[in-house]
Design a binder for this molecule. Structure first.
Ligand code: NAD
Ligand code: UFG
Length: 343
């Protein structure tokens, strides 16, 4: 059984490739390398000792997708490819709708034309908008406050409509909270290009001296220390959730032919708690200064994990210390990401 992994050279996709190969699946990757390096694919091969067939192509190229699905005899898709920076999405909304929404439409069309009817989709806790209650359950009302979030919501709705049109389709929508961490080997990890938007990669660049200090966006939230609280989840736990979702879909034991579940730990940590955990893991001081709140940020966001436990028989079990330790191990072994390695 071959699983097509779109965006498989990226941060989460590369970890997913390892998990699927280690579970005995054949995979094929499609990636246009717009936010990744093909070195990650060589690293997947080094970790697993298996070849990773890869097509450097764009998911908007429907005929190429059809060719790949047929050539590799794919039976399912795990769909990571897309643009993901919230701030950039407000400046380049058309690029986001084109890559994410049009790209997914082309992918679904190619799947329909080739009879491949199973997909796992990378959604996000961003679809819940401003939390009306916590922890967030899957039936929390959805809303989006930026173009990136709207693309995720539109895709979720598109999948729901396609599933309703034909019971043969099977979709697992996975709403990620805040993925961090790296593979235990330190061979693959997050490799942001330019100035990182997200907390963990920014902290690592302060720890390794590339950046002077972290700006902590807001210390006047109604939280235990005034800084924003998020549900950080180790990327290895996250991709194990994908493996379970794939198994549940393939075995026909899903609660419906289009289900959505949260992938989080259920624990919220503040920015300052994250800084301290990283200091413990790295033995480095993380200099920081308080700065104004960032537009669009919510005070607190963490998952109710009961539905994922029930539907997937899965629970994240790596703690914040492991997330920081594995991130630091990856950064120390790859001080400039995939461009250079410390080995
Ligand atoms: P990433 O940028 O590392 O990976 C995405 C990959 O898709 C990259 O390798 C990129 O080159 C590729 N890609 C982008 N557009 C493409 C296209 N049109 N055709 C082919 N390949 C294309 O991002 P990631 O952190 O691994 O995220 C994977 C998915 O998870 C994304 O859909 C993202 O929106 C979603 N997600 C991520 C987070 C997070 O914090 N990392 C949170 C919630 C949801
Ligand atoms: N933060 C800082 N300084 C920084 C970066 C972040 O203080 O330099 C704070 C933020 O204000 C927030 C927390 O750290 O309180 C986490 O911020 P991230 O940018 O790492 O993550 P977000 O929760 O804002 O967003 C992430 C992804 C989104 C996704 C969302 C929900 O970037 O794509 O999780 O899944 F939609």
């Amino acid at each position: 059984m071959t699983v097509l992994i779109t965006g498989g050279a990226g941060y989460i996709g590369s970890h997913c490739g390892v998990a699927f190969l280690e579970a005995g699946y054949d995979i094929v990757v499609i990636d246009n390398l717009s936010n990744s390096s093909d070195v990650s694919l060589q690293r997947i091969e080094a970790i697993t000792g298996q070849k990773v067939p890869c097509e450097i192509a764009d998911i908007r190229d429907q005929s190429k997708l059809e060719e790949i699905l047929v050539k590799h005899k794919c039976s399912a898709v795990v769909h990571f490819a897309g643009l993901k920076a919230v701030g950039e999405s407000t400046k380049m909304p058309l690029a986001y709708y084109e890559n994410n929404v049009v790209g997914t439409h082309r992918l679904l069309s190619a799947m329909a034309n080739t009879g491949v009817k199973q997909m796992i989709f990378s959604s996000s806790a961003t679809v819940y908008g401003e939390p009306q209650f916590l922890p967030l359950t899957e039936d929390h009302p959805t809303s989006a406050v930026n173009p990136y979030g709207r693309t995720k919501l539109m895709i979720e709705e598109m999948l729901g409509d396609v599933a309703a049109s034909d019971p043969a389709w099977r979709f697992g929508i996975l709403r990620y909270f805040n993925p961090v961490g790296a593979h235990l080997s330190g061979q693959i990890g997050e490799n942001p290009l330019g100035v990182p938007n997200n907390l963990m990669p920014f902290i690592t660049q302060v720890a390794d001296g590339r950046r002077e200090q972290l700006s902590v966006f807001g210390n006047d939230y109604d939280t235990r220390d005034g800084t924003g609280i998020r549900d950080y989840i180790h990327v290895t736990d996250l991709v194990e959730g994908h493996l379970r979702a794939h198994e549940v879909l393939a075995s026909g034991s899903a609660p419906s032919n289009c289900f959505a579940v949260n992938l989080g730990t259920g624990n919220g940590y503040s920015v300052l708690e994250m800084v301290r955990a990283f200091e413990r893991a790295s033995n480095k001081e993380i200099r920081y200064a308080f700065a104004p709140r960032r537009d669009g940020d919510v005070a607190e966001c963490y998952a109710n994990t009961e539905l994922a436990e029930k539907v997937l028989d899965w629970k994240a079990d790596r703690d914040l210390d492991a997330m920081c330790r594995d991130t630091w191990n990856w950064v120390c072994k790859n001080p400039r990401g995939y461009e250079t390695s410390a080995d």
